[in-house]
Design a protein around this ligand. Structure first.
Ligand SMILES: Nc1ncnc2c1ncn2[C@@H]1O[C@H](COP(=O)(O)OP(=O)(O)OP(=O)(O)O)[C@@H](O)[C@H]1O
Length: 357
């Protein structure tokens, strides 16, 4: 018998409302919805890493913050270990706040400059009243060592550390409460490539040691390929394709996924090549998304129906599925189009060995 997924996201919606102040009402302005997340569904299986990818502004951060109940959802549901996250009692919510953690992209702004790293790392223990001061210091030292820093650094301040070291501190903070699930929101995007490799390796080691489940949010496909078991591709507030990582990279079925793969800069291409196409045009605004399939304005395979009709929903339980009328044709094209030869290039995962100290 297979276990239920740890996280089940169903039709999640998060709309922001602009022009929604009292002043706007007095001026007769209508509130405007920004449909940042517009009916997103996916599962995260226990112990796996699900990569969530898409261009900037497609709603990745809003999805991850809303599923952690850090933002209030406007619709849909999230189940964590079988419990409805949006209907939890305060006691259940407190437990959820311990079990589900987040590491943010920017290691410079996400650490309070007035706190020592020991205080930062164990703040959760203090807030949840789970340890006294001496126990917290011991735990902080242990965590710092575990993420590759030194116990002697426990009384230092964030400005005394490099970018990679600060991200290690952010990871130690996320681990302090022994979580089951960690959202990694672009955890290496702000770091040098050589340091990225080290932090990714650390994340993988920690996942093995502590049996963690990850949602790994990123726009960098080579990073996602290295660390993910499965991938969900997002475009303009919707998930358009999900599947095992190798299927997504080798047999993409959604034209948007194909365009993303085609637009990977040469320097970070791993083993796949380009078909000469690039992703042109800007992402349309989530204030006024296109009718029909949201990708039709940029899609090389679009037909009339794509402009008018909503694409078929993908099957969340399926191994690999895409929300696209034209998936079969797009897939056939992908397989037949000639690959441009790509020289061996830098692989972020095995690349640098430089120390980030
Ligand atoms: N507080 C807000 N009010 C209004 N619109 C917002 C707000 N926060 C985000 N948005 C909009 O919601 C959309 C999704 O933003 P989000 O940050 O979730 O995307 P993202 O894929 O994580 O992008 P990035 O990688 O650039 O952070 C964007 O169009 C953004 O401008």
């Amino acid at each position: 018998m297979t276990e239920d997924p740890l996280v089940e996201v169903e039709d999640l919606e998060k709309y922001y409302f602009e022009n929604d102040t009292l002043f706007d009402r007095l001026l007769g302005r209508e509130p405007q919805a920004v449909r940042a997340v517009d009916g997103v569904s996916f599962d995260v299986e226990r112990g796996e890493t699900l990569g969530l990818v898409g261009e900037s502004g497609c709603g990745k951060s809003t999805t991850s913050e809303t599923l952690l109940a850090l933002r209030e959802a406007t619709g849909g549901s999230v189940r964590f270990d079988g419990a409805d996250v949006f209907e939890m009692t305060s006691r259940e919510r407190t437990q959820f706040r311990q079990d589900a953690q987040i590491v943010f992209q920017d290691p410079f702004s996400s650490l309070d400059p007035r706190m020592t790293v020991g205080e930062i790392v164990t703040e959760g223990l203090r807030i949840h009243d789970l340890a006294d001061s001496a126990e917290r210091t011991e735990r902080a030292k242990e965590l710092l060592e575990r993420v590759g820093l030194s116990a002697r650094q426990v009384d230092r301040y964030p400005h005394e550390f490099s970018g990679g070291q600060r991200q290690r501190i952010g990871i130690a903070r996320a681990l302090a409460l022994d979580p089951e699930f960690v959202v990694l929101d672009e955890p290496v995007s702000a770091l040098d490539v050589s340091v990225q490799a080290q932090v990714l390796n650390l994340l993988e080691d920690l996942q093995d040691d502590f049996g963690l489940t990850y949602l790994f949010v990123a726009h960098d496909l080579s990073v996602v390929r290295h660390i993910s078991d499965r991938v969900a591709v997002m475009y303009l507030g919707k998930v358009v394709e999900t599947g095992p990582v190798d299927e997504i990279f080798e047999n993409p079925r959604h034209p948007y996924t194909q365009a993303l793969l085609d637009s990977v800069p040469r320097a970070s291409v791993e083993e796949y090549g380009r078909r000469g196409g690039t992703l042109e045009g800007d992402v349309p605004s989530p204030r006024n998304p296109p009718t029909g399939c949201r990708f039709h304005t940029r899609c090389p395979h679009a037909r009339e129906a794509c402009k008018r009709e909503l694409p078929p929903d993908y099957d969340v339980g399926a191994n690999h599925d895409a929300a696209c009328f034209r998936a079969d044709d797009a897939h056939e094209y992908w397989q037949s189009a000639p690959l441009e030869h790509v020289d061996e290039t830098e692989d972020v995962a095995s690349g640098g060995v430089a120390d980030d100290d």
